[in-house]
Design a binder for this molecule. Structure first.
Ligand SMILES: O=C(CO)[C@@H](O)[C@H](O)COP(=O)(O)O
Length: 234
């Protein structure tokens, strides 16, 4: 029996949420989880349709993307996942999907503006989008450079990955994370709904740019326990 059975099961269950929540079809997307003490990552194998996926198919790699356990190839996005674990120290799970509305915003290379309280409940900023990669980056090592593009986006925007747990990779799609694989998938579900609402809002009223900062603050801090308005009778 694998010493990583517990993590494989967590990651398997999280991956099975992807088709259940209609966040991707066929083999698109992947979810991983990390055991920092063991220095390993459990991740969906590459090219396996969700309906055929089994717990024992989940692949174990080390933090340098070397195979530790598994008969199948790890996801093609493994380098992106491990780079995020190395640079975002408090995350325990990463999720990548091809959910329709989030991918549309990523392909349009537009950040998702904060247009309502549904968005504000989860983050105060826009949902960021990475810059487009150079030809050299694409040809050199697309998946590693995808991770670097995410890190650059957070550095340039002074964004906290513990508060903004999601990003749109330009021309590709969403990556989300959280303290465990299930939370990473939850954030992908939320992101897709916010992306859809924002798209429809702008179809109805293209002149909308964002909502009042006070409404953003009220909802975010009420949901995250630091209500800026406690004691102010609002
Ligand atoms: O976005 C892509 C390919 O464009 C990948 O994320 C695939 O959607 C999943 O690849 P595997 O995890 O099956 O290697």
């Amino acid at each position: 029996m694998s010493k990583y059975k517990y993590l494989k099961e967590l990651v398997y269950e999280a991956n099975m949420e992807i088709p259940k929540e209609e966040l991707a079809i066929v083999t698109f997307g992947n979810v991983s989880g990390v055991d920092r003490a063991e220095g390993i990552v459990a991740i969906k194998p590459s090219g396996v349709p969700y309906h055929k996926l089994r717990v024992e198919d989940i692949v174990i790699v080390d933090m340098d993307n070397m195979l530790v356990e598994g008969k199948l190839r790890p996801s093609s996005d493994t380098k992106t996942h491990t780079l995020l674990y190395k640079n975002f120290p408090s995350i325990g799970g990463v999720c990548h999907t091809h959910s329709t509305y989030a991918v549309a915003w990523a392909q349009a290379m537009k950040p998702i503006p904060n247009l309502g309280t549904t968005h504000a409940d989860h983050l105060t900023s826009s949902i960021p989008v990475t810059d487009v990669m150079s030809d050299e980056m694409i040809l050199l090592d697309y998946e590693m450079e995808t991770g670097n593009q995410i890190l650059d986006t957070f550095r340039k925007g002074s964004l906290n990955p513990d508060e903004v747990e999601m990003v749109l990779v330009a021309c590709h799609g969403p990556f989300t994370w959280g303290n465990d694989p299930a939370k990473a998938v939850y954030n992908s579900i939320v992101l897709e709904e916010i992306a859809k609402m924002a798209f429809l809002t702008l179809q109805i009223n293209p002149n909308i740019t964002s909502i009042k900062q006070s409404l953003i603050d009220k909802h975010y801090f009420r949901k995250h326990g630091k209500d800026a308005y406690y004691g102010q009778g609002c």
